[in-house]
Design a protein around this ligand. Sequence first.
Ligand code: PYC
Length: 404
Amino acid sequence: RSRSQVPPRELPATPELKKHYDVVIIGAGGHGLATAYHLAKTWNVRSIAVLDKGYLGGGNTARNTAIVRANYLTPEGVAFYKESMELFETLSEELDFNVMYTRKHHMTLAHTDASLRTMRWRAEVNKHLGVESELIDTQRVAELEPRLHVGRDARYPILGALHHPVGGTARHDAVAWGYAIRAAQLGVEIHQLTDVTGLVIEGNRVTQVLTRRGAVGCGQAVQAVAGATSAVARMAGLRLAIRTVPLQACVSQPVKPIINSVIVSGSLHCYIWQSQRGELVMGGAVDPYPLWSTRSTLEFKEGLMAHILELFPFLAEVRVMRQWAGMADMTPDFAPIMGKTPLDNYYIDAGWGTWGFKATPVCGKRMAECVATDRQPELLAPFRHDRFSRFDQVGEAGAASVGS
Ligand code: PYC
């Protein structure tokens, strides 16, 4: 196609903040932007403002490690992430913006009989719901990832793995920018550096969103602020079953292609994959204490590397280039909190712990449906905020990668 046909890749200039919008979305991360895009595109809502205290895609969207997969444990979780993976497959075409979605073999290693059992369980649930997953033995693991140390002399020898051949990665910033640019072209206003300081509630409705740039009236409001969920929910008078803890990660200096797949070890609390630039992307479990901080620690790096080197001893000379942390809003059942709330016109997209990025497309699509129809979509029904008081939890802990 000719240069004049290339769609815009920049955000249009931001207009003045208006006094009222049909929908105000708090949080210009991937989820908020995807919701705005689908509200505008699918449901023809054109008066939408997305507000963010920082810059777009600058919170947890910028801090995750870009892995996408659907190999969850519960039927509810698998169905949800399956739809997200399907949307990822065509997202670059949908947005006419290259989100660098790349399929990679995803292997969750089992080092104990107990984890082999969980992997088999996940594989069976996955297959039943049409998600490609299977339990494989050590020899097959070695064929797929020849440089992985699979010897019996390892401290925790690898007994097998849950193999998810359709897992992958996508460029997290590109996902946020793609949704933002296309939403803005449809008339969505994205107001960065616009902290929300309070909500005015009249009757059972949020009527105004207070920002440091003034009050904004709203027909409906959505919060999608991973990491700050509890603070914003409190403005709406909601107390959620969420505990916020840092989740750290790091990348190495770039090296030539040496690792093909995404490798996760729940027992060793680590995961690793290699980016298109050659950097090794690595992370571990959440920090063992609640904290609102995105600082990263030496303790994390030392602990993580000890485990990474058990899997790939030859990486000992590779240098870590940078490290960081995001804020993980952990729920007791390791599943999100989504959809309608006790307020008539307030909707929530939260509880993203260590599993939020891969849900971005499905959240956008289904949260937009929820807001536009004012009904909880079937796919989101299991994730209602009040499931904890109804003893109806989703129980996804066995599939939360290394999140616990
Ligand atoms: O759920 O795949 C995952 C994941 C990897 C790192 C953090 N979460």
